[in-house]
Unconditional design. Structure first.
Length: 265
């Protein structure tokens, strides 16, 4: 298994290259290891569920077409739905807007024994809101502090957090948008808003960089994932999840082991 620190983009923004695939040459080169990772993931999430004491929260952020849905579909292909829940955060509803911005997030944090995946998250409230001038610089700073406090609380409550930024180039996004436009089976995923938001690409890059710097902490750091190549994106995310679960080392309950002495008549 390749060392995660050999993979490009590890926590760094300045030299981030969305086209990187190191240390692999191509999809075929990475395929055997990716398949092994998915097998390990199935076993580890089962142990996490059986243990029932801790949880894992996976946060996926990125520009439109960066592959959040695809990552979930491929990396989680062998995970039991019983122990994994995906939450997709859209534009806040009137009820959600009536509360603080973290209210709807906290309601969806994974309970003990499960894996939770946020397809977009509380980070939308320091990204979209800033790009469109809905919050001031001062308010954004306050929100960064609240996010850090919130994530620290989750970690202290036995929830491990993995935050992934799926980075693609503007050129790659254009290709993916055009592909959706041409393919009737993918066109449903495209909206005029996706195309309109491309006008704000520089602003999104600026505020993503700022948000990542402000919220990459010891207890919840960011992983910058080169995502121009979908196969590499999937490998990177799978590797990091498996590595984290191995470090958590979930165990089957001791009480269950004692049942082996029972006789069934």
């Amino acid at each position: 298994m390749k060392n995660i620190r050999d993979l490009p983009g590890y926590h760094h923004w300045k030299h981030f290259n969305p086209d990187d695939t190191r240390p692999f040459k191509d999809k075929a080169d990475a395929k055997p290891e990716t398949e092994k990772l998915l097998e390990h993931l199935d076993d580890l999430q089962y142990r996490l569920y059986a243990e029932g004491r801790r949880s894992l929260l996976i946060i996926l952020q990125g520009m439109d077409t960066s592959g959040k849905d695809g990552t979930i579909r491929h990396v989680m292909s062998g995970v039991s739905p019983q122990s994994c829940r995906v939450t997709s955060f859209k534009v806040p509803t009137p009820e959600e807007r009536a509360h603080d911005f973290l209210w709807r997030i906290h309601c969806n944090v994974p309970p003990a024994g499960t894996m939770g995946i946020f397809n977009r998250s509380h980070y939308e409230d320091v990204l979209v809101t800033r790009v469109h001038g809905q919050v001031s610089d001062k308010e954004a700073e306050h929100r960064y502090n609240r996010i850090n406090d919130f994530e620290k609380l989750l970690v202290k409550s036995d929830t491990t957090i993995l935050k992934f930024y799926l980075g693609i180039s503007k050129e790659e996004q254009k290709k993916r948008l055009e592909s959706r436009l041409k393919d009737p089976n993918k066109r449903w995923k495209l909206s005029p808003a996706d195309i309109a938001e491309r006008r704000f690409w520089p602003q999104y890059q600026k505020y993503y960089a700022e948000a990542i710097r402000a919220t990459s902490t010891k207890h919840a750091s960011w992983y910058l994932v080169p995502a121009n190549h979908k196969w590499y994106r999937n490998h990177f995310v799978a590797y990091t999840i498996v590595k984290t679960l191995k470090e958590m080392d979930p165990q089957f309950p001791l009480a269950a082991k004692g049942l082996s002495k029972l006789k069934i008549r």
